[in-house]
Design a protein around this ligand. Structure first.
Ligand code: KG4
Ligand code: ZN
Length: 348
């Protein structure tokens, strides 16, 4: 089955072709990051308009890459939530209309299920069941995954998502959006031991997270370090970035270890934009070694938003016979643990 995957939930237009036998045949991404950078965050209306401009050219590009025509498609998968409603509508309406014109089925996919399954595109994929840490700009969740669509929420952030905390900390230090990769880069030249950042909620039992206190701590640290002219010395930025990153990573690692122990599972999957973070990967490598477990993640470009994860997740649901109705529905808010197992009624 040859599936075209479309991702437009936020600020990246992602398109990919996935074949159930041959695997990933092509993928293309257009990031709007530069456009939103001057506003310090994603501007929803600008995002929708840019998806309209970029989506069809990217579909053509992916077909050319894979040397396939639209008429060879068996089905189309698009992100139907959660995300920005206008942005979601572009992918959903384009995907649905294209499928109708081609006389093929379409299915709406949950964005976080896409992230969760992205490591399946790698050579050594995890097998069910496993524990997944989903860490993106909008979500921080620990999930027990028994099969596709069988998700039990073990814990989640009570306030900011981990990626959002990275972005806000970066903004405080005058860095561009999205700040995660920039903090990670700055942290490499910093000394984390210069500060004593808190590890929120790690002294309490349970698997929930909270990053708002860490955000306030970062703000207070930044303000205390400002020179008389309001600037921050480069080395101070590096040190704060390192201490902040270490605090987030350590907090995530403590909860991941607890989730493995609590479930007795021996596989840990990390997915979403923050799973591209090398310090997090290295720290979780230590955790799984101690727990005699395995760690799984996608290649960096499939950790952040992309079309390949939607094509893959869509293919699995389509192979199980799922189809979304002709009505174009999007769900800007959509808890992942309300998803159906494979082959049950369509999710949306
Ligand atoms: O999954 P994603 O592309 O979009 C959402 O679904 O939100 O995640 C984007 C988030 C942003 O907050 C970004 O700063 C963060 O992932 N991010 C990182 C890194 N790369 C992306 N955070 C820390 N370290 C990174 N290397
Ligand atoms: Zn995402």
């Amino acid at each position: 089955m040859l599936v075209l995957g479309i991702e437009t939930s936020c600020d990246e237009t992602g398109v990919a072709l996935y074949d159930s036998h041959a695997g990933l045949l092509g993928d293309a991404l257009y990031s709007q990051v530069k456009m939103h950078a001057e506003y310090g965050g994603v501007v929803p209306e600008l995002a929708s308009r840019d998806h309209v401009r970029k989506l069809i050219p990217l579909v053509r590009e992916v077909c050319a890459q894979a040397d396939r025509s639209l008429s060879s498609l068996d089905a189309i998968a698009y992100t139907s939530g959660p995300g920005l409603i206008g942005a979601l509508m572009v992918g959903a309406s384009t995907g649905r209309a294209l499928a109708l014109a081609l006389g093929i089925p379409a299915v709406g996919i949950h964005h976080m299920e896409g992230h969760l399954l992205a490591p399946m595109l790698e050579d050594n994929p995890p097998s069910f069941p496993f524990v997944a840490l989903l860490v993106s700009g909008g979500h921080t969740q620990l999930v027990r995954v028994d099969a596709i669509g069988e998700y039990e929420l073990l814990g989640e952030s009570l306030d900011d998502a981990a990626g959002e905390a990275f972005d806000k900390a970066a903004k405080m230090m005058g860095m561009d959006y999205p700040g995660g990769p920039l903090i990670a880069k700055a942290a490499m030249q910093g000394d984390a031991s210069k500060y004593n950042f808190p590890r929120p909620m790690t002294d309490r039992p349970g698997l929930d997270f909270s990053f708002s206190g860490l955000k306030t701590f970062t703000l207070n640290t930044v303000e205390a370090e400002r020179l008389d002219d309001g600037s921050l010395p480069e080395q101070v930025k590096f040190n704060i970035a390192a201490a902040f990153e270490e605090a987030v990573v350590e907090t995530l690692a403590i909860k991941c270890r607890r989730a493995l122990q609590q479930t007795g599972l021996k596989q840990l999957v990390i997915a979403g934009g923050v799973s591209a973070n090398q310090t997090l990967r290295a720290r979780l490598d230590e955790v799984v070694r101690k727990e005699r477990a395995g760690l799984f993640y996608a290649r960096p470009q499939f950790c952040t938003d992309n079309g390949a994860m939607i094509a893959y997740a869509g293919c699995q649901r389509l192979l199980a016979g799922e189809r979304s109705p002709l009505a174009i529905t999007t769900r800007p808010r959509w808890p992942m643990d309300t998803l159906h197992p494979l082959g049950a009624d369509s999710n949306g």
